[in-house]
Write a protein that binds this ligand. Structure first.
Ligand code: S3P
Length: 443
């Protein structure tokens, strides 16, 4: 929900080593998709381990507005009685997706090929983000779409009466664009094809297949080609959501930079399309051990054991950016404590996330004594043996910027402040108690 709560300034400071177990929440991407596909399936989908962050709760409310029966049975345990592909009813009021780009883009896709009308709104951050990347392909299915200047929210979509399938090459590596098209393609006859230059997170493909859709992926000289056959009957499933590697990144980072730390983070997804941060950290010399590697709910997972490490700066190749797109803010914090320079290439997409994350990280790190250089699509962080801290970072309604700077302050000489920790609740509602449980001094 678009919140207008007062800003919540927060501070973190250096203390003793971090120890113990960090049970991070369910994966945000998978949680959104479980609710949406549950709503588009026939029968009852049971979800366990759902992330109960505001972004996902907004998607749950939206699915109810489109006619699904959505019920919380217990902590992380939800039931969705779906209406079937093409069965969405017209919502009575505007769909408020709050802060969530994933929520709004996927839901717009899911309804764009059903002949109903819906209006989408969001908070100040979401209302600044580009939506034409999704509305443009959705209009090619036959949907009629009106947006504010610059293709921004609020957006009204009249879903296509007679949708035609789409053959579409995504202009930027984005799982949200790909997923919006695949969800729209569910109610178009024939085959919808999405081609991406770089593979992006593949949760939609895995879950669509699990729900019974005919979907295939192949790599050709054109790129990564995904083909979906429209008008399947999706069958309700049991979905066990693994823990979110993007949320795990915050306690992992804290353990790496706070001397003497030794923590365990169980049950984290190791999906290779989400694994770029962990690949990078190992290259930097991080002491991370992946124990008990197994499959849960169609996704590879492992228990992570992480110890404080002496790290070296590295160059992250642009081809890896999609597999760690949400982790660059926290990587730039870790890089501040590494020996030498860390260069992050091919990261222009960071400029259109919940905030301009290159700008937000560069300004906040500089305020805390770290040297940063930026171009339109790269960021370079100069590591130092001691990071002064003592600054206050502006978080721009961005949960990952807020958590990144709170982690920074756990290892700096002076405390680090943030102007607003409220948005942390969008993806990691228990961040503060979880970190405090490891021994971190923050709040
Ligand atoms: C997501 C895809 C990514 C990511 C976002 C979640 C998803 O966005 O930044 O947090 O669940 O599909 P893009 O695909 O637009 O890069």
């Amino acid at each position: 929900m678009s919140h207008s709560a007062d800003p919540r300034p927060m501070t973190s400071r250096r203390g003793g080593p971090l120890k113990g177990e960090a049970q991070v929440p369910g994966d945000k991407s998978i949680s959104h998709r479980a609710l949406i596909l549950g709503a588009m399936a026939v029968g009852e989908t049971r979800i366990t381990g759902l992330l109960e962050g505001q972004d996902v709760l907004d998607t749950a409310r939206a699915m109810a507005a489109f006619g699904a029966e959505v019920e919380r049975l217990g902590p992380g345990e939800w039931s969705v009685h779906g209406v079937g592909v093409g069965g969405f009813r017209e919502p009575e009021s505007a769909i408020d997706c709050g802060n969530s780009g994933t929520g709004v883009r996927l839901i717009m896709g899911a309804m764009a090929t059903t002949p109903i009308t819906a209006t989408f709104v969001g908070d100040a951050s979401l209302s600044r983000r580009p939506m034409a990347r999704v509305t443009e392909p959705l209009s090619q299915f036959g949907a009629q779409i009106t947006a504010r200047e610059g293709g921004r929210l609020p957006i009204t979509i009249r879903g296509a009466q007679d949708p035609v399938p789409l053959h579409y090459r995504t202009p930027v590596a984005s799982a949200q664009i790909k997923s919006a098209i695949l969800l729209a393609g569910l109610n178009a006859p024939g085959q919808t094809v999405v081609i991406e230059a770089e593979p992006t997170r593949d949760h939609s493909e895995r879950m669509l297949s699990g729900f019974g859709a005919e979907i295939g992926t192949r790599t050709t000289e054109e790129g990564h080609v995904i083909t979906l056959t429209g008008r399947p009957e999706l069958t309700a499933q049991a979905v066990a959501v693994p823990r979110d590697p993007s949320s795990a990144a915050f306690p992992v980072a804290a353990a790496l930079i706070v001397p003497g730390s030794d923590i365990r983070v169980p049950g984290v997804s190791r999906n290779p399309t989400r694994d770029g941060l962990y690949v990078t950290l190992l290259e930097m010399g991080a002491d991370i051990v992946f124990e008990n590697v197994r499959e849960e709910g169609g996704e590879p997972v492992a228990d992570l054991v992480v110890r404080h490490s002496a790290l070296k700066g590295v160059t992250v190749p642009s081809g890896r950016a999609a597999s760690m797109i949400d982790e660059f803010p926290i990587l730039s914090v870790i890089a501040s404590f590494a020996e030498g320079v860390t260069v992050m290439n091919g990261v222009a997409e960071l400029r259109v996330k919940e905030s301009d994350r290159i700008d937000a990280m560069a300004r906040g790190l500089e305020a805390n004594g770290v040297r940063v250089e930026e171009t339109r699509d790269s960021m370079t962080v100069h590591g130092m043996s001691r990071v002064p801290g003592g600054g206050c970072a502006v978080t721009h309604l961005d949960h990952r910027i807020a958590m990144s700077f709170l982690v920074l302050g756990l290892a700096t000489d002076n405390p680090v402040g943030i102007d607003d920790g409220g948005p942390i609740a969008t993806s990691f509602p228990d961040f503060l108690p979880l970190m405090a449980g490891l021994g971190a001094e923050l709040g």
